[in-house]
Design a protein around this ligand. Structure first.
Ligand code: ADP
Ligand code: MG
Length: 737
């Protein structure tokens, strides 16, 4: 019995999936696996778990599990559903990599897809669950794909168990028509969205690279000239989002009215809150001078130094019309993310500046205008060398249409595409499944641990490339996680046996750690000389992305440039301090990471300490959580370790440093680079360069590295990231024997 508030019930009734409840529940009753397609906002994520709950699927022993590709969605959707059902978060809960609120009373559990994959390792049959819902399957994230492959085998073994695959697009043939996956085509239920027409406006010409400036001008125009209704802007990354927010706030200052806001977190009347008035008494001169009054500043924002180049020359907008500007991207703190669901303050227009999180997983109410830059930022890997780079590329037609659709949820809307229709017709039709675009060594290890020896035979919705599978198996053999393939004569035989190497006991131990196989190897080796606490910290720091504040962005002005150079110098000094003296210098950037984490924990891991020392606060918190998690995992693998987490570590002794160096080399052995000697310098491009076995061109030590001044003869690196040059990241020296 669910006791919902009347307002909630009324709002639910307007959702398209409500009309299909019977059809959906009947299909679920009669089939093991069902696919549900419905436009974003039709109510899939929030309502389907409730239907299942009310139909009794969580009344016995089993619970309802829902996977999301993004942490944001797992957290916010669990809270939303708890609220709609008027139930405690002890019952409707979430679990993401670092945290969760699941209890023994939990009946509906939202989690990231990675979390469920780990659970399959512990309990292949997923005995806890009565129903599994795979949400956002159209996103084709690697873990989602693998889960569908695994569940296609698990569900038939667990007879009454049900599997629901939910997608925001109709492109589901990779699941339904894939005979290797499901021998019989799956039933597909389509929910018609209550979508209002969206008029799409293409640019006549496509701006070459200043799409951010173009977006800014478009927003200004919409805001000054068009009737009320929220604006949703799609850009490519966090830095762009923040700089756009700053520009907009400067152009249309808004200061929150302290008495009017706050309080109630739940707003239900989503349709009529964009009341736009030209007569804005609360925003007098005094308020306006206070400038950006949003609470957003002071948290993440402070870490983003500097402003944008050249706003001054752009159109001056009328500052009398306040715009309520909110950023939205995956790494944003949940409280900040939650703001987009609430109506903007009276007398303002909502403008959400987002990355593609807003494309499908979150529905922002009240959006009438979409501004789409047409681009997306993605990480690209070189399949052979593993070198990666972040690149901004055109998105797919399917994604662009999803973005446009965001404008028509509550009334007819408009989508402004900052590119021409000719460019649009050149977009690829759909985005590729992630599994075809990245290395798969972690997946292969997980699968081998599940006793799937011949990974090539796995029912992937879309299989990874043969090259990627071979590279993964090769790496795992070299790390000792898989047995060496037996000697064979022909190359063809070679291929065959190489892709079916069984897992070793070391490989099993490695698979228990929730980190990449290279780092898992370091953990598995870390017992010597009491090094484990250091190895755990190092692995945590290498796993969490971007722990240092970025100091290399182009500056807007001379003055800012000078400020930034000053800060760089100060942070450089700090890093040299963390790198220590004598033997520890050998560990280079890795020692800096250890020192940074130690110093930060010593200072109580405060936002202030992080800000002052150029560390990303959120990253430091994640490192702390991951250290705890890895400590638990190490104890589980080896109960004799009896490790406990001492957040504040003393620096390693000299013999420990040497030992750490060996451990690092064991994990990163194939990432060895040799400095090019002067006598070899035929081509000036090799100046200060390093030679690696896989690459024809040189790689370099970044000026921010503590090893930049010494340039050791041999180094190992964490990864090569191509920016202005091929730079090694996480570099440490290797001593010659
Ligand atoms: P789907 O999964 O099909 O995209 P959802 O179930 O996520 O749809 O959303 C259904 C409706 O619930 C949307 O119209 C959205 O506006 C509303 N909604 C979802 N989450 C929240 C929230 N946190 N606050 C207010 N409304 C929300
Ligand atoms: Mg959804």
């Amino acid at each position: 019995p669910v006791d919902r508030l009347p307002e909630i019930q009324a709002a639910r009734l307007k959702l398209p999936v409500l009309g299909e409840e019977q059809v959906i529940m009947e299909a679920v009753r009669e089939n093991m696996c069902v696919v549900l397609c419905g436009e974003t906002g039709s109510g899939k994520t929030t309502q389907i778990p409730q239907f299942l709950y009310e139909a009794g699927y969580a009344s016995g022993d089993g619970i309802i599990g829902i996977t999301e590709p993004r942490r944001v969605a797992a957290v916010s959707m669990s809270q939303r559903v708890a609220m709609e059902m008027n139930m405690s978060t002890r019952v409707v809960s979430y679990q993401i990599r670092y945290e969760g609120n699941v209890t023994s009373d939990t009946k509906i559990k939202f989690m990231t897809d990675g979390v469920l994959l780990k659970e399959i390792q512990k309990d292949f049959l997923l005995q806890k669950y009565r129903v599994i819902i795979i949400d956002e399957a159209h996103e084709r994230s690697v873990y989602t794909d693998i889960l569908i492959g695994l569940l296609s085998r698990i569900v038939p073994l667990r007879r009454p168990m049900k599997l629901l695959i939910m997608s925001a697009t109709l492109r589901v043939e990779d699941f339904t028509e894939n005979k290797k996956l499901f021998p019989r085509p799956l039933p597909v239920i389509k929910v018609d969205a209550r979508q209002f027409p969206v008029t799409v406006h293409f640019n006549r010409r496509t701006p070459t690279d200043d799409y951010v400036g173009e977006a800014f001008r478009k927003i200004c125009k919409i805001h000054r000239m068009l009737p009320p209704g929220g604006i949703l802007v799609f850009l490519t990354g966090q830095a762009e989002v923040h700089s756009m927010c700053r520009r907009l706030r400067r152009a249309f200052p808004f200061r929150s009215n302290r008495t009017g806001l706050g309080g109630s977190l739940i707003y239900l009347n989503l349709n009529h809150f964009c009341i736009y008035k030209l007569n804005i008494s609360p925003f007098g001169d005094e308020d306006r001078q206070a400038g950006i009054g949003d609470e957003e500043d002071g948290s993440d924002l402070d870490l983003e130094l500097g402003d944008d180049p050249g706003d001054e020359g752009l159109e001056k907008c009328d500052p009398m019309l306040p715009l309520y500007v909110l950023p939205l991207y995956s790494l944003l703190a949940p409280e900040q993310q939650g703001k987009v669901f609430r109506p903007p303050p009276a007398g303002t227009r909502l403008c959400v500046v987002a990355t593609n999180v807003a494309e499908t997983s979150l529905t922002i109410p009240g959006i009438k205008y979409v501004v789409d830059c047409g681009r997306v930022k993605k990480r690209f890997y070189d399949r052979v060398t593993g070198v990666s780079s972040f690149r901004v590329t055109w998105t797919s037609q399917a994604s662009a249409n999803q973005r446009a659709g965001r404008a028509g949820r509550t009334e007819p809307g408009h989508c402004y595409r900052l590119y021409s229709s000719a460019v649009f017709s050149d977009f690829q039709e759909f985005s590729e499944a992630e599994i075809t675009r990245r290395p798969v060594d972690d997946l292969v290890l997980q699968m081998k641990d599940l006793n799937i020896e011949k990974v090539v035979n796995f029912p992937f919705p879309t299989p990874p490339s043969m090259e990627a599978l071979v590279a993964a198996e090769h790496l795992l053999v070299s790390l000792g996680a898989l047995e060496e393939p037996p000697r064979v004569r022909s190359a063809k035989d070679m291929e065959r046996v190489r892709l079916s190497c069984p897992i070793t006991p070391l490989g099993r131990a490695m698979a228990a750690f929730p980190v990449a196989p290279r780092y898992a190897k370091m953990l598995a080796m870390g017992k010597q000389q009491g090094c484990l606490p250091y190895v755990i910290t190092l692995v945590a720091a290498m796993t969490v992305r971007e722990i240092f504040e970025e100091t290399d962005r182009p500056a807007a002005s001379e003055e800012e440039n000078a400020k930034m150079a000053q800060r760089r110098a100060r942070l450089g000094q700090m890093r040299r301090l963390w790198a220590g003296q004598g033997a520890s210098l050998l560990l280079g950037d890795l020692m800096v990471m250890l020192g940074a984490v130690g110093a930060c924990e010593y200072a109580g891991c405060t936002p202030k300490f992080c800000q002052e020392n150029g560390l990303r606060y959120k990253a430091m918190l994640e490192i702390r959580q991951l250290r705890g998690q890895l400590t638990t995992a190490v104890n589980a693998v080896d109960p004799e370790a009896r490790l406990y987490l001492d957040a504040k570590m003393a620096p390693p002794t000299e013999s420990q440093v040497l030992c750490l160096q060996q451990i690092v080399l064991a994990g990163l052995g194939d990432h060895l680079a040799r400095r090019v000697q002067v006598e070899e310098l035929l081509d000036p491009k090799w100046h200060n360069g390093y030679k690696t076995p896989l690459l024809d061109s040189p790689v370099f030590i970044h000026p921010n590295s503590v090893l930049f001044k010494t340039l050791p003869d041999y180094v190992v690196y964490q990864e090569v990231l191509e920016t202005s040059k091929m730079y090694m990241r996480g570099v440490s020296a290797v001593q010659e024997e």
